[in-house]
Design a protein. Sequence first.
Length: 119
Amino acid sequence: MVETIKIAVCDDEKNIRSYLVSLIKKQGGECSITEYASADAYLSDGKEHDLLFLDIEMGGSGAGLDGMGLARRIRGMEAQKQPIIIFVTGYEKYVYDAFDVGAFQYLVKPVDEQKFAEV
């Protein structure tokens, strides 16, 4: 039996979420994908994921958590299964912070399809 990979895409921009979902589907693996428009939406859903594509700077949610804050919160939850975190962001300045939360990879927008496939 093939294990279904549970993937979350968390980005405040719908077009980016849609693009990432299309790239994920191109990889051809058996997966279920859930989209979140904010860190708060991700947390309130309470689902466990194997893989999390996460934007770092998410506007529009007011005083809500940004992606780095969400990653820190996830890493602080010991009882919960820890997802592999891949940051997808337009900012290179956070690359070193990504190491602090044990991110697997750091992709800079616009995401290159070839690089995405490698990751």
